[in-house]
Design a protein around this ligand. Structure first.
Ligand SMILES: [Zn+2]
Length: 145
C-alpha cells in the first residue's frame, strides 16, 4: 500500500572546490562570513604556517577571542595583525566587504587570478612583505600598440 512518491529529485550540480571564486554563489560559498575571510587571510599570508615578523619564530601563535585578527608570538609576545600591511588594516569595514570588492574587480577583469585577488586586498606573505608596494598608481588608460 505505498503511496506514489511525488517528490522529485533535484539534480545538484556538484560544485568543485576552487581556491578563487568564479561567480557570486561561488563567492558566497567560499567566503560566507568573516571567519572564512580570516582563514583565507591566514593561509594567504602564512602559507607555510605562522612565522613571527619580529623574531622569525615559527609555530602556532596565541589567538584572542575578542580580537580575532590578532596573532601573538609565543616567543617574543609581540602581536601581529592578520590585516597588517593590507588595505584592510585601518578600516572598520568588515572583511567580507573588502573581499567582495576585490572579487568584483578580479572577476570582471579577464585574466585575473587568485594572485591578483590577493594583490587587490594588499595581501603579502611575510617573506614578500619586505618590499614596499609603492607602485600602486593606476594606469592613465593610454594604450600602446
Ligand atoms: Zn616573535
Amino acid at each position: 500500500m505505498g503511496k506514489p512518491n511525488s517528490l522529485r529529485l533535484i539534480d545538484d550540480d556538484s560544485v568543485t572546490e576552487q581556491s578563487s571564486p568564479k561567480s557570486f554563489p561561488d563567492f558566497q560559498r567560499i567566503f560566507p562570513n568573516e571567519e572564512a575571510c580570516r582563514t583565507y587571510l591566514y593561509t594567504a599570508r602564512f602559507p607555510n604556517g605562522f612565522a613571527c615578523p619580529y623574531c622569525n619564530w615559527t609555530g602556532k601563535p596565541h589567538r584572542f577571542q575578542n580580537q580575532t585578527d590578532m596573532l601573538r608570538c609565543r616567543s617574543c609576545k609581540r602581536n601581529t595583525r592578520l590585516t597588517g600591511g593590507t588595505i584592510m588594516q585601518k578600516s572598520k569595514v568588515p572583511l567580507n566587504t573588502w573581499f567582495w570588492g576585490a572579487f568584483l574587480v578580479t572577476s570582471l577583469t579577464p585574466g585575473m587570478s587568485a594572485l591578483q585577488f590577493q594583490k587587490m586586498l594588499g595581501i603579502k606573505t611575510i617573506r614578500d612583505g619586505v618590499q614596499h608596494a609603492t607602485q600602486a598608481s593606476c594606469c592613465d588608460g593610454t594604450a600602446r600598440t
